[in-house]
Ligand binder design. Structure first.
Ligand code: FMN
Length: 364
């Protein structure tokens, strides 16, 4: 079974390990370089420990700055295919830009990974937000991205379940006698999420996806977002889960964790990259609550504006339990250096989550 479908468990994943810096914008020498061997090592550590998923970002252009943050990143279909062949339990997402990838191509590539992984593939749909990135393709941001995404998803899911070649005439796509074989292993399609924050993205997720993948600034705001999402899902006549994302600094003592957090994300922030990313995101995306830009610059340097989990194993487990109690289905996590920091996290935090009853142990 795809681990994303396990009932009654707070799912955990690793996010953005395919890209330089992970989710941090820092100059520290141990920052994530996203070399393939390290990525594979981190994914295998996570797989053995029972972490549920690997979720890459889709990035074509970096954020500049001293480190040229995120300029180096691996494409996500091929990234997932590589990991699928070298892991045994963990779900492997592909993050796909609707405006840049044709749905027929996506259907074929996603099914390929679903076969290599024996049903562990996941699709994370993104509409994108950075016009500089779209300009590299000679394109612009789409005016109503979720209208296009609705057609895109409709085509992809129809292709997997059609018993005759598909003819499709839409506003964005025209397909004549389209087929894709093999279909996906997971039926009727692989686990699907949409990464978004704003209302159009939430409505798209409610109508077409299994999960929304979103950011939040504090637990109370997260609860309100989940309630809002559930309302949209009910209106669409569907059930939905909400995933989120957090950056982690887990150390033996709170002081060690806080000192390191201050060091990598304040003293050693990559200022040029943080300025660029915050400016572009605020201008062109709705990925975050507006308050995040005003109040939480450190969170952008530390983890692209995501929620901080900084402290001892007990403190971090406590926060993850609060996230579960707020109603989140799971969380993707990032680290300054995944392969160095995951073993301590898995060894010390996961058992506490089992004791708290929000996760089960790893089957033999
Ligand atoms: C948790 C999260 C992860 C995202 N990951 C990516 C990504 O990997 N690549 C990308 O171009 N956009 C990414 N986005 C941005 C979305 O593609 C979307 O365009 C953006 O959130 C625009 O505003 P919306 O949230 O209202 O759709 C992400 C957004 C969220 C909330």
């Amino acid at each position: 079974m795809n681990p994303m479908l396990k009932p009654d468990t707070f799912k955990l994943g690793i996010f953005s390990s395919n890209a330089d810096g992970g989710s941090a914008l820092t100059k520290v020498p141990e920052r994530w370089k996203a070399g393939w061997d390290d990525i594979l090592d981190a994914a295998q550590i996570a797989d053995r420990a029972g972490i549920d998923f690997v979720l890459p970002i889709a990035r074509w252009k970096g954020f500049g700055g001293e480190t040229k943050a995120r300029e180096h990143s691996f494409e996500t279909f091929t990234f997932a295919a590589g990991l699928a062949a070298a892991t045994s339990r963990i779900a492997l997402f592909m993050t796909v830009h609707v405006p840049l990838v044709h749905p027929l191509y996506a259907a074929k590539a996603l099914a390929t990974v679903d076969h290599i992984s024996h049903g562990r593939a996941g699709l994370n749909i993104v509409c994108g937000w950075n016009p500089d990135e779209f300009a590299m393709f000679g394109g612009k941001l789409v005016e109503r991205p979720y209208d296009q995404a609705a057609e895109w998803a409709d085509i992809l899911f129809k292709l997997y379940n059609a018993d005759a070649p598909l003819d499709f005439e839409g506003q964005y796509y025209t397909l004549h006698h389209a087929v894709t074989s093999p279909s996906s292993v997971q039926r009727p399609r692989p686990v699907t999420m949409n990464a978004a924050f704003g209302p159009p993205g939430r409505d798209f997720a409610a109508r077409h996806c299994d999960f929304l993948f979103t950011t939040f600034t504090d637990i109370e705001a997260g609860k309100a977002q989940i309630a809002d999402m559930q309302q949209r899902a009910t209106l669409a006549g569907r059930e939905m889960g909400v995933y989120t994302v957090a950056h982690v600094v887990c150390r033996e003592t709170e002081k060690e964790a806080r000192d390191y957090y201050q060091y990598y994300s304040v003293e050693q922030e990559d200022t040029g990259a943080v300025d660029y990313m915050m400016r572009q995101k605020q201008a062109f995306s709705r990925s975050h609550d507006e308050i995040a830009y005003r109040k939480y610059r450190q969170r952008f340097a530390a983890g692209t504006g995501t929620y901080p989990l900084v402290g001892t194993p007990e403190q971090i487990a406590g926060e993850l339990v609060r996230m579960r109690q707020a109603g989140f289905e799971g969380s993707a996590l990032t680290f300054v250096n995944y392969s160095q920091e995951l073993p301590f996290f898995c060894e010390r935090v996961l058992p506490l989550l089992e004791q708290a009853g929000i996760r089960a142990g790893v089957p033999a």
